[in-house]
Every structure is written in C-alpha cells, then in structure tokens.
Design a protein around this ligand. Structure first.
Ligand SMILES: Nc1ncnc2c1ncn2[C@@H]1O[C@H](COP(=O)(O)OP(=O)(O)O)[C@@H](O)[C@H]1O
Ligand SMILES: [Mg+2]
Length: 213
C-alpha cells in the first residue's frame, strides 16, 4: 500500500469575523491509502477544517500543500475539480434526478459501475433518489465522489442521519476507498466506533489538533 503524503498543513490558522481563532497554528499531514477520523465537540472547528482541506476557503495564516504545492499556486478551482470530492451528512444529491444522473454529473466514464461498486442495483440506479432510503442515498453520494476520481474524499458527518448498522456499512465503503483504492479519506464524526475504525484519529480542542490513541 503506497502511503504518499498528499496534504500538508503548515502553521494553519483560521478565524471568522471575530478574533477568536477557530484553528490555531495547525501542523498536520494526510497520506493516501489511509482513512482519518476528525472528532471534536460541536463548534470546535471540524467543518471549518474540512472547508480549508476542500479548497472552499483559504487559511488566514499558514499554507496547505497538495503533493508539495500550495493550493493557491495550483488554483482553488482546479484543486476543487481535480483533487477533492465531498460527502455530506444530508447527502446533497439533486432530488429531481435519478442516481445514475447524479453520478453522471461527476463521472468521466459510465456511471453504473460506480453505483454497483457501492451496492446500488441497476434498478435502484434508475430510480429518483428520493425513492431511496437514507443509507442508499449516502451510497449514491459516495458513488458520485468515487466517480469524480479524485485522490481525496472529504466526508463531513456522513453517518449523522443513519442508524448504526447502515453507518457501519457506509464506513466500510469509505475504508475500502482508502485501503483498496489508495485514496486519502478524511471523515468528520461523532461516532466512537468510526473513530476506532480509522487508521488515525484527531481531535480538535481549543483550536489545536491532537492525535487520539
Ligand atoms: N460563516 C461563519 N461565520 C462566523 N462564524 C462561523 C461561521 N461558520 C462557523 N462559525 C463558527 O465557528 C466555529 C466552528 O464552526 P464549525 O467549523 O462549523 O464547527 P463544527 O463543525 O466542529 O461543529 C463555531 O463557533 C461556529 O459558530
Ligand atoms: Mg460541522
């Protein structure tokens, strides 16, 4: 398994309009082939960190390097398009479309194999996404992320709306992307069992990030 350093945060700080530092001088590396869990109390800055990792926002101080190059050198638009995919708690599928059509939005090749890879049948793939269960909708969202063929998948509380059994299935799919497809998968979670499944867990406390054993 290749574990290449793909993302590096160097002295990253972030704050919103108030002067309170949500993230304070963070230094952190992420590798391909691994799944990471990010934990922390509500409001601790998990989603803020994901926005920075996803190139949706820029650090106030410090740098984020993708394979050694600052994202601002690569260009935020190019980085978002080619390097990262998102999976959200609320799935964020386009509701008036089928699963196939949702995955087609990112796929460079036929979308069906990506849906089958996450356990969606051909019949389900042709169905409007609102006619699927929450777990199935999240599978479609993961298929959409896989279809984009980006090396990084960012998932912000992907199992927040799901029961325990379904959550475990979703986490298993994300683990497979890391371990079998050599992606870098970063998952924000409140679930101790997900955190325990990850290769490495970090907790955000008072703007700092600590490795959890
Ligand atoms: N757009 C924003 N403007 C101002 N403050 C924000 C904004 N987004 C989040 N915050 C604040 O930043 C802190 C961290 O938020 P967030 O990263 O969403 O935390 P988490 O995902 O860990 O719950 C919270 O106190 C939140 O209220
Ligand atoms: Mg959040």
């Amino acid at each position: 398994m290749n574990n290449e350093k793909i993302l590096e945060l160097q002295n990253v700080s972030y704050w919103y309009n108030s002067s309170k530092r949500i993230l304070d001088n963070i230094n952190l590396n992420f590798c391909t082939g691994k799944i990471y869990a990010i934990t922390g109390a509500s409001g601790s800055g998990k989603t803020t960190l994901m926005s920075l990792l996803g190139g949706l926002d820029m650090p106030r101080e410090g740098s984020i390097l993708y394979r050694g190059s600052n994202i601002n050198k690569i260009g935020y638009e190019k980085y978002r398009k080619e390097c990262v995919s998102f999976v959200f708690q609320n799935y964020n599928l386009i509701n008036y479309m089928t699963s196939l059509e949702n995955v087609m939005l990112t796929a460079k090749s036929s979308p069906l194999p990506f849906l089958q890879e996450v356990g969606i049948s051909e019949d389900e793939a042709k169905r409007n996404v609102l006619k699927l269960s929450g777990g199935q909708q999240q599978r479609v969202a993961i298929a959409r992320a896989i279809a984009a063929e980006t090396p990084i998948i960012l998932a912000d509380e992907p199992t927040g709306n799901l029961d325990e059994k379904t959550s475990n299935e979703i986490v298993h799919l994300l683990c497979e992307q890391a371990h079998k497809k050599s992606k870098c998968v970063i998952v924000v979670t409140h679930s101790n069992s997900i955190a325990a499944t990850a290769d490495q867990t970090y907790e955000i406390i008072d703007g700092a990030i600590k490795s959890v054993e």
